[in-house]
Every structure is written in structure tokens, then in C-alpha cells.
Design a protein around this ligand. Sequence first.
Ligand code: ATP
Length: 269
Amino acid sequence: SSLRDRQAEVPSDVTWADVGGLEHIKKELMETIQFPIRYESKFGKFGMSASKGVLLYGPSGCGKTLMAKAVANECQSNFISVKGPELLSMWFGESESNVRSLFDKARAAAPCILFFDEIDSIAKPRGSSQGGGEAGDRIVNQILTEIDGVGVKKNVFVLGATNRPDMLDPAVTRPGRLDQLIYVPLPDHASRMAILHANVRKSPLAPDVSLEEIAERTDGFSGADLTEVCQRACKLAIREDIARASAGEPVSDSQRVISRAHFEDALEA
Ligand code: ATP
């Protein structure tokens, strides 16, 4: 949908069960986002002010967006997602007003998590050669002002995601802003197992499929790569089932499964 029609809603399609691995990050996000709301008075007593935002960073396709949606679902919070470049406009002042209306929308939908994917594209270091020039500086200023104006009291939490945390204006991650930095790494063996499990949890697998072995063979794959392997294997199985049916072959349920051979082909593709 276009930026103007973007609706705030509780994501219904992603839960923690869809996110493989990353257990400590799930916990950290719940604590950061939910504790200050649930245990407001404790925060006061301990002299702790709640965080307004988190920056998720790390390689592409490892679950940053997925996790942002899942945490909104788990907190039953509304969710608005935007990619940084969508906010940019060539017209004078329009980028800033896009940012402003996005935060207005989030406040109106509170409790709301506002997710900025590719935040580096709109938060380049001000006044520097890597920056976005005068227009770029204005949008960064607008974002900083808006972040300063939200928080627990307004029930708006800001989540940013980037592959390039080094390319952000340092003011964005100062205390009181996106001051909690969470690294979302490429999955290790155990996480690859968890991601594979999350991906096939609704699919019938043949007994000869070893997720353990697939995890072993996919060192260096991102979560997105693993999802693609599973989807490809699934498509191959469906294709075979359709071919059998149209050839008039009798097919039993035990044959309607994703087999080792399907995964082999998917891994080779
Ligand atoms: P980018 O930096 O490119 O935006 P990202 O880290 O936000 O990447 P996601 O959009 O969350 O990545 O992941 C892309 C897809 O890869 C997801 O929709 C999901 O299908 C799969 N995926 C990635 N990580 C995981 C994971 N930990 N568990 C299950 N699926 C995953």
C-alpha cells in the first residue's frame, strides 16, 4: 500500500513460533517493550526510564522484520511498517511531513510499534560527505524531534533496522532514542535447525528427511535463504503430486510428503 494508506494494525500473520532461534533477542525485546508498560511503577521505583526504541542491525534476511512483526503481535500492539526510502520525496519539505504524519498515525494508534526498515537511508550523518545534503539533514532532524516526542507515555515504541549501523547519524542511537542496539546475526547450526523447523512445521515430511543434515550443509545461509530452500522443496513436492494425479496414479497420503530428494534438488537449485 502507499504511504498515505498505510494502516496501523496488530500483525496477525507472524508469531514467535515463526521466528526460528534468536531466543535471547525475543526475550530482550519483550522486556524492553512490554515490561515498562506492564510494570510501570517498578520502573519509577528503580529510577529507570523506559527505552523509546531499539535498533536491530545485522546482515540481510536474518529475521529483523519478522521479529518486529512478531513482537507487535505478542504484545498485541498495533504495528506500522515503513521502508526508509518510501519517506523520501523530491519536493521541498515533503519528506519531513511524511515523517511527521507517520508519527501522528502511530500516536493515534497507540499502543503502537513503528518499524523503520532500512533506517540508514533516512538517518545519514548530518553535515558530512556521506550525508544526504541539506535535504537529508532536515529529515534526520525531523526524525530526532519525533522520536523525542514519543515513548512509554505516548505508548509508541520505535524499532529501526539496518545492515549498516555505521552509516547512521550518531544522534539517532543516543540515550533516550534508539538506545538499545541488538545484533541479529547469521544463524548458527542450532538456529538453522530452529529456522528449518519453523518453516516446515505445517508441512508433512518424509521419514528420510534429516533437518539436522540440512542445517549441517547450510553454513553461511541466512534465514531468508533457508526459507527459500524449504519453499522450493515444498513446490517440488506439490508439482510431483499434481503430476501423479493427472497421470491417474493412485496416491496415498504417505506419498504426499516432502522427501529427501525434494530437499536435495532444492539445495542444488
Ligand atoms: P533485510 O535487512 O533484508 O530487511 P531482515 O533481517 O529484515 O532482512 P526478514 O525480512 O525478517 O529479514 O527475513 C526475510 C524472510 O526470511 C522472512 O520473511 C522469513 O521467511 C525468513 N527468515 C529470516 N530469518 C528467519 C528466522 N530467524 N526464522 C524464520 N524465518 C526467517
